[in-house]
Design a protein around this ligand. Sequence first.
Ligand code: PA5
Length: 426
Amino acid sequence: MIKLDLSHVIEKIDFTAYQEKVNAINQMIDERTGPGSDFLGWTTWPNDYDKEEVAQIKRDASYVRQNFEVLVVCGIGGSYLGARSAIDALRGLYSSAKPEIIYLGQTFSSTYIHQVLTYLTTKKFAINVISKSGTTTETSVAFRLVKELLEQKVGKNEARKAIFATTDKARGALKTLADKEGYQTYVLPDNIGGRYSVITAVGLFPIACAGFDIDELLLGAKDAAQDFSNPNLKSNVAYQYAVTRDYLYHHHYQVEMFVLYEPQYTQIGEWCKQLFGESEGKEGKGLLPDSATFSTDLHSLGQFIQEGTHLLFETVIHVDSSTYEVKVSHDEDNLDGLNYLEGKTLTFINDKAFEGTVAAHEQEGKVPNIIINLPKIDSYNIGYMFFFFMKTCAMSAYLLDINPFNQPGVEIYKRNMFHLLGKKGY
Ligand code: PA5
């Protein structure tokens, strides 16, 4: 499903030198004996997920689709980026499909929250609040406000039927609130962390509400779990990618730039940044993940990539086909000089931009390019891709001797903020 093209990496990487280490780490992942192994539940989730819960999610999603104009997804980080990246990629931007999906709970911006709440005053909306801890301040504050609006609009009883909570099965403020109010709840399992949770209810409920086939998504993840189970570097492209990243990191590259060629895939770059950044950036180690949407960003970052400080490599996520096709039309006067493109599809032109850019960056800029080819974007391939990146990420972090599943550094800003806000105990 995924073809990894390493022919533009410039450096020659000896996979055999890595094989033994990769085998040992793979065994550690399978047997759940490494650091953070309590959070490896996602590796077997595509096979052992709760079938009854998924059936419930599909019933509830169909209810939301029939009864609401908007679904508000209220969450941050791993509790929203996966769903957003999948929905944007599958739906496209500016889609008129219903229900509209709106994101909240990922910012303290009063302007943003005010604008969303104002927009919702005239809409029939449901809410999916997502938080594993149930105490994330951005999400809790926004949820309090949007719940208040919903209760004012439709009353507490109707609001209850329009609120769906995804959280820990037993602990946390959101679980307590959901139980007290009688909201439908879905579980984010104990052994799966936020940024590895897109294939659980965290991603599945919003994606199903947006009208996409979550059975297919889970099937894609399941096939990927199978395809990447054998650590042999001759065939395992997730591990080939992990080793390539590791090699480049140890050969003076400090930044990995994820590159996508469609605006609707921009959030996939955001999801990758969180997955790799939060998993690997510890103990003074790790590649800095960055992302760009080309050709747009070739007109902003392109100059730096081509000729600036030599610190980055690119990972291009290339999709072989587009959802819609547009052709360049004929113009009698040809004053814009574009008739040489007449009849050509924009996908063809975009692909030539991609090929020209890879050549320019690799050959003249000496910027290594890893190319990840996906045949197309649909639910199946999205599920496959999510699992591919998660498996790569676990292997990459372990190659650096890093626990991929904790995020101790994130707590420090929270502690300072709580102190400044006067929260008890800080
Ligand atoms: O990957 C992670 O663990 C984080 O990004 C969390 O998902 C994020 O901080 C949100 O946490 P929570 O789901 O507890 O609200």
